[in-house]
Design a protein around this ligand. Structure first.
Ligand code: ARG
Length: 583
């Protein structure tokens, strides 16, 4: 059965190349750059000609002549320096769509060799509530987790809690400053704990001695001081609870809630290995690993501070060791702010020197910042840090403006029930708006938070796609009531054909997103698919189609669009409500 259009054409091309004695490596097509002229194009003749020092147009013509024999190609032309332009028969497109419709995975393939991937994409810290900076890590990470799982990889997400660095000593020191000792620590809730941290932060910024003290307390904590450890356990527990709530609202799932503290023993092991292998040296009381400086100067990695403390770098190196030894990771992917690029370059190089992960791919996917209209990191109106909770509240308020009044809603048993539906809907749409805005942008580039537009029902937004799904749901209900059932795809006009071709791109879009680890490829596709559907629906009525077969075909296209949009939203971590409401 033909399930993927691009694959089907590639197979045909491969067969043709083989029969002509040409290198099959070049037998690949892509959607045409000129959809007005052809459906797909193959630039293989150019590469072949270069490799074999032949005339590209001649090679392309030989291929074209061979392909002419296949009735699935309705038009083949050689253009420019040797581009092969291919137009497909409606029968082929229809066959592929029927295959997709019958398949539970909508014709999507899985990877040949499933990999064990560890995804490091949370990075929250003790005592700090999540802010807009944590948004991208959680949202992009969740999308990557879902996409990798869908293509068949075994992916495990680990939140990598920031729970053992200097901020711990800073908070403990601040509590002691204020209370005299740590006896009251266990009565403090998350707000009090973050206040301690804020105060500690400004105190340490102003005063070098305070900073030293905090660093010493951190080292003592790491080295097992029981009083510090007991207090720290409370700080960590309360912080994890708070952060979990935030991630739940955002729909970000973590399989593992490990943190820097869990890498303590492994950090000591790493330091030992480095010493034994003669890779580390002592510099000014600290144990360090010097790194290569071939392209740019790279500061050394600090394994052990002069006060005996363990820092951010060594915990990350040790965590690699644990993920390789205990979890058998084939790949480790970090979704972390791109301003930490140097840190990851250092960590990866040190891990390589130490021979910790010889067969594991280490990849840092660095994202850009979420900015305000002024181009600076997004802040609250009064200039404060934008907490994730504030951001979600802001989005909900925007969405609520476009909701009808509960008492005006029909079809609910009571006003309360209607209100409940609205409330859930508001939350689903508000989160969709935030997530889609984040995921429609290329990961590496930052973006400006579109405060006026991100939650609108039109334009390139999450709510627009959600709305389209609900609209098709309603179309389907009406068609069903009229006794129409989805049937074979028959193409009768331009809009149907455009939509059919667009739908058939699904598999290659998802595979490309997986290969490039770039969810914006999916968001772009979802948006253009929704638009293509609108043009189709404007010209091609289902209820008033000329023949029953035409109505069934159009309904099939609508159902496929709905199923694909739902799948795409799901892969992005966005809910697709059955029914949407609008004022
Ligand atoms: N907690 C860190 C921070 O706030 C981010 C952690 C990212 N992950 C990692 N393995 N280093 O900067």
């Amino acid at each position: 059965m033909d399930l993927s259009l691009e694959k089907t054409i590639n197979n045909k091309l491969s067969k043709c190349f083989r029969s002509l004695g040409l290198n099959e490596k070049f037998a690949v097509v892509k959607p045409s750059d000129r959809p007005d002229l052809s459906d797909f194009q193959c630039n293989g003749a150019l590469a072949l000609a270069k490799a074999e020092r032949k005339n590209p147009r001649e090679i392309a013509s030989v291929i074209a002549a061979e392909l002419e024999k296949d009735p699935d190609f309705t038009k083949i032309s050689v253009d420019g320096p040797g581009f092969l332009n291919l137009s497909l028969s409606d029968a082929l497109i229809s066959r592929v769509l029927c295959g997709m419709a019958e398949d539970s995975r909508l014709g999507c393939s899985t990877v040949d060799t499933p990999q064990k991937i560890i995804l490091d994409s949370g990075g929250p810290n003790v005592a700090k509530s999540l802010h807009v900076g944590h948004l991208r890590s959680a949202v992009i990470g969740e999308a990557i987790r879902r996409i990798e799982k869908f293509v068949g990889n075994d992916i495990i997400s680990d939140v990598h809690f920031g729970d053992y660095g200097t901020p711990m000593g800073m908070i403990l020191s601040e509590i002691i400053n204020q209370d005299g000792d740590l006896s009251k620590t266990e009565t403090y809730d998350i707000n009090q704990i973050s206040d301690f941290y804020k105060r500690a932060n400004s105190r340490c910024k102003e005063n070098e001695a305070e900073k030293e003290k905090a660093s010493r307390i951190t080292a003592d904590l790491q080295n097992g001081n029981p009083e510090y450890y007991k207090a720290w356990q409370h700080l960590r527990r309360v912080s994890v609870e708070a952060v979990k709530k935030n991630y739940d609202v955002l729909g970000a799932h973590f399989d593992l809630w490990l943190g820097e503290s869990d890498a303590h023993q492994a950090s000591l092991d790493v330091i030992k290995i480095a010493k034994e292998k003669g890779i580390s040296e002592v510099d000014d009381g600290a144990t360090i690993i010097r790194l290569g400086e071939s392209n740019k100067p790279k500061p050394p990695v600090i394994l052990l501070k002069s006060n005996g403390g363990i820092g951010y770098q060594v915990t990350d190196i040790a965590t690699i060791k644990m993920r390789v030894d205990d979890l058998k990771a084939d790949e480790i992917i970090y979704v972390v702010d791109k301003r930490q690029s140097l840190h990851f370059e250092q960590v990866f190089e040190a891990a390589e020197k130490l021979g910790l992960a010889p067969h594991t791919t280490l990849q840092h996917i660095g994202f850009g910042t979420v900015n305000g209209a002024d181009g600076k990191p997004f802040k609250t109106r009064d200039g404060g840090v934008m907490n994730l909770e504030d951001l979600i509240a802001l989005s909900k308020n925007k969405v609520r403006e476009s909701m009808p009044d509960a008492k005006d809603l029909e079809g609910f048993p009571s006003v309360e029930a209607a209100q409940q539906y609205i409330d859930t809907l508001v939350e689903d749409i508000a989160i969709a708006a935030i997530k889609f805005q984040d995921l429609k942008n290329n990961i590496a580039s930052g973006y400006v938070f579109e405060i006026d537009d991100f939650a609108k029902f039109e334009g390139k937004t999450g709510p627009y796609i959600q709305y389209d799904v609900a609209r098709i749901n309603s179309i389907m209900r009406k068609a069903e009531a009229a006794g129409i059932v989805p049937g074979e795809v028959i193409i009768t006009n331009r809009e149907e054909r455009d939509l059919a071709l667009k739908l058939a791109q699904l598999n290659s879009v998802i595979m490309r997103t997986h290969e490039e680890k770039e969810p914006s490829i999916i968001s772009d596709y979802a948006y253009t698919l929704a638009q293509t559907f609108s043009s189709f629906y404007n010209t091609s009525s289902i209820l008033n189609a000329e023949t029953p077969a035409e109505a069934s075909s159009r309904l099939r296209l609508a159902v496929l669009t709905r199923d694909i949009l739902k799948l795409l939203l799901d892969l992005l971590g966005i809910k697709a409500p059955e029914v949407m409401l609008k004022r």
